[in-house]
Ligand binder design. Structure first.
Ligand SMILES: NC(=O)c1ccc[n+]([C@@H]2O[C@H](COP(=O)([O-])OP(=O)(O)OC[C@H]3O[C@@H](n4cnc5c(N)ncnc54)[C@H](O)[C@@H]3O)[C@@H](O)[C@H]2O)c1
Ligand SMILES: O=C(O)CC[C@@H](O)C(=O)O
Length: 391
C-alpha cells in the first residue's frame, strides 16, 4: 500500500517526517494525490482529482477549503483543533498590551531621535517626552471574548490571571468547550450585551456564513466609547469600513488585528500584523504533526479523528482481516444493501462500525478473507454509496 500526499505552504519538517518514505511520496509536486496537506492555501477554485480521499488543514480555520463540495465527493476534511491555540493566545496578550500602552509609538519616537548623539541629552529628551506614551493597565478592565472554543477559553484564562474581568459570548458552545472554560467567565446572552460592557473585545469565531461581518456598521455603535477591538480570527468577521468609521468618530480607540487592509496603512489607531497568529515554531510543529498523524490513520486504517465534515470513527483492526470502508448519503437501507452484496459474494464480516454526521454516513467493515476483485465495484454500485476503499 502506498500513498501520495501533495503539500501546500510551509509545512513543518517534524510533521512531514511522520510519513514513512517506504509508504508515502510527499511533496508539493505530487500529482493525483491521495491526500492534500496545507495551511492557508485557497482550494476553492481547485479541481479535485478522482483519487483524492482527504484534505488536512494544519490549523484551525477551514474557510480556505470547499468543505461542502468535499462532502459531496466523499473527501474527508481534517483540521487540528487547539494545536495552535497557545500561539494565538500569546499574541492576543501582546495585542492587548500594544493597544493599551505607548509601546509602538514610543519605540518609533525613540528610534527617530537620530540627531542626538549624546546619551545624557537623549535621556533628558526621552524623560521630557515620555508622557505622550503613557497608557492604561489591563488589570481591572473588562475583556469580552466572542467565541469560547480552543483559543477563546485560553484567552479567558490568561485574562483572568492578569486580573481582568472576563465576559463571554458563544451561542454554539460545545460541551467539551464548556468544561474547559473557567467558571469566572461571565456569560453574556447576546453580542450586543457584551459589546456594551467590554473595554476590550477579542474575536475567536470561525469564518462561516453566520459570522461574516459579525462586527458591522449596525452594531459598531454598541461598543463602549474608547473600547479596543482585537481580531485574530479572520478578516471576513469584521467590516473594515465600519471599524474605520468608528475610529474616525472616536467611538473605538484602537483596532488590533492579523489582517491588514490597504486603508489601514499609516494609521496610529490600527495595528495590523501579517497573519502571524499561528506562526510560532511550536504551533507550526503541533499542527503539522497532528495533521500528518490524522491523515496516516485515515489512509492506512480508515479511522477518522478531527474531521470537520465526517463523524469520528476508530475501529481496532482485527488481525488477518481485510478492511472495507465506504461513505454514503445518510439515508436508510444503504448499510443493509452493502451487507447483502457482501453476503452474495460469500464474504464473512468479522467486525463493523457505522456512524453518521449530517448528510453523510461512514462505515468500516473488517472481512475475514481477501475479497474478490469485483467486491469494490459491487459496493460502489449500491445506490447512495459515494466512495469506497479497500485497505
Ligand atoms: N490568526 C491566526 O493565525 C489564527 C490561528 C488559529 C485560528 N484562527 C482563527 O480562529 C478561529 C477560532 O479558532 P479556535 O481554535 O478557537 O476554534 P474553535 O472551533 O475551538 O472555537 C470557535 C468557537 O466559536 C464559537 N462560535 C461559532 N459561531 C459563533 C458566533 N456566531 N458567535 C460566538 N461564538 C461563535 C464556536 O461555538 C466555538 O466555540 C478559527 O476558526 C480560525 O479562523 C486564526
Ligand atoms: O497556518 C497559518 O499560519 C495560519 C493558521 C490559522 O489561520 C488557523 O486557522 O489555524
Amino acid at each position: 500500500m502506498s500513498f501520495k500526499v501533495q503539500t501546500f505552504n510551509q509545512i513543518a519538517e517534524r510533521g512531514l517526517n511522520r510519513f514513512d518514505p517506504v509508504k508515502y511520496q510527499v511533496g508539493s509536486d505530487q500529482v493525483e494525490p491521495d491526500a492534500m496537506l496545507l495551511r492557508s492555501q485557497n482550494l476553492h477554485d481547485c479541481v479535485f482529482n478522482k483519487n483524492l480521499k482527504a484534505i488536512a488543514r494544519a490549523g484551525a480555520g477551514v474557510n480556505n477549503v470547499p468543505v461542502d463540495a468535499c462532502s459531496k465527493h466523499g473527501i474527508v476534511v481534517f483540521n487540528t483543533p487547539g494545536a495552535n491555540a497557545n500561539a494565538v493566545k500569546e499574541l492576543v496578550f501582546c495585542a492587548l498590551l500594544l493597544a493599551s500602552r505607548g509601546i509602538v509609538d514610543g519605540m518609533r519616537f525613540a528610534e527617530g531621535l537620530t540627531d542626538i548623539s549624546d546619551s545624557s541629552v537623549l535621556a533628558a529628551r526621552l524623560e521630557k517626552e515620555k508622557k505622550q506614551f503613557a497608557g492604561v493597565e489591563l488589570y481591572g478592565k473588562k475583556l469580552g471574548i466572542v467565541g469560547l472554543g480552543a483559543i477563546g477559553s485560553m484567552v479567558a484564562e490568561m485574562a483572568l490571571a492578569l486580573g481582568m474581568e472576563v465576559l463571554g459570548f458563544d451561542p454554539a458552545l460545545s460541551v467539551d468547550a464548556a468544561w474547559r472554560l473557567p467558571n469566572q467567565v461571565q456569560r453574556m446572552e447576546s453580542l450586543q450585551a457584551l459589546l456594551g460592557q467590554a473595554d476590550y473585545v477579542s474575536l475567536h469565531v470561525p469564518a462561516i456564513e453566520q459570522t461574516k461581518n459579525l462586527i458591522n456598521a449596525e452594531n459598531i455603535g454598541s461598543f463602549k466609547k474608547g473600547a479596543v477591538l482585537v481580531n485574530f480570527a479572520r478578516e471576513s468577521i469584521v467590516d473594515p469600513h465600519a471599524v474605520l468609521a468608528a475610529l474616525n468618530a472616536g467611538g473605538l480607540a484602537r483596532y488590533v488585528c492579523d489582517f491588514p487592509e490597504p486603508e489601514f496603512r499609516g494609521r496610529k489607531d490600527i495595528l495590523a500584523m501579517p497573519h502571524i497568529g499561528a506562526s510560532t515554531l511550536e504551533a507550526e510543529e503541533n499542527c503539522a504533526v497532528m495533521a500528518a498523524d490524522q491523515l496516516r490513520d485515515f489512509l492506512e486504517n480508515g479511522n477518522i479523528k478531527n474531521s470537520v465534515n465526517f463523524p469520528p470513527v476508530a475501529m481496532p483492526r482485527a488481525p488477518g482481516t481485510c478492511r472495507l470502508t465506504f461513505t454514503n448519503d445518510n439515508v436508510s437501507g444503504v448499510l443493509g444493501h452493502v451487507l447483502s452484496v457482501l453476503a452474495d459474494l460469500q464474504v464473512n464480516v468479522v467486525d463493523m462500525m457505522n456512524k453518521s454526521r449530517g448528510q453523510l454516513a461512514y462505515n468500516i467493515i473488517d472481512m475475514e478473507a481477501e475479497p474478490s476483485a469485483e467486491l469494490q465495484a459491487a459496493v460502489a454500485a449500491v445506490e447512495h454509496v459515494i466512495a469506497v476503499r479497500l485497505i
